[in-house]
Unconditional design. Sequence first.
Length: 146
Amino acid sequence: MLGGVSGHAGLFATGNDLMKLMEMYRRGGEYGGVRILSADVLKEYTRVQYPENENRRGLGFDKPLLGNDTLPREEAYPAISASPASFGHSGFTGTFVWIDPDAEITYVFMSNRVYPTRRNNKISDLSIRGAILQAAYDSMLDRKPF
């Protein structure tokens, strides 16, 4: 949406802290009984912006491909079972989070794909993150295996 220029640099946190943050998002802006973000702000940031331009992204979050559930599983992003309400973010080093409030799934994938070289793209090329996410959907939602 910003032509490749934006004020973020991926995901930087411990797995434990990242899971807490993502759980707060999944719970509509509340965590541990404390309201941290307005539910309305979170809804705005996680809804598809400008779908009339075939944009699938929210404000600061990625969303499933438009028509994701109608695509062949190998073309779906991030996973064919991801609901339209779901959202997430990926980092340059291969880290990935995906939140699906409808399915009550919070997924955190920590990695360092740039070791030993920045040219290592196997995590993306092999759709590892999406395949693991789909396995989580399958195990929790009693769907066919990915």
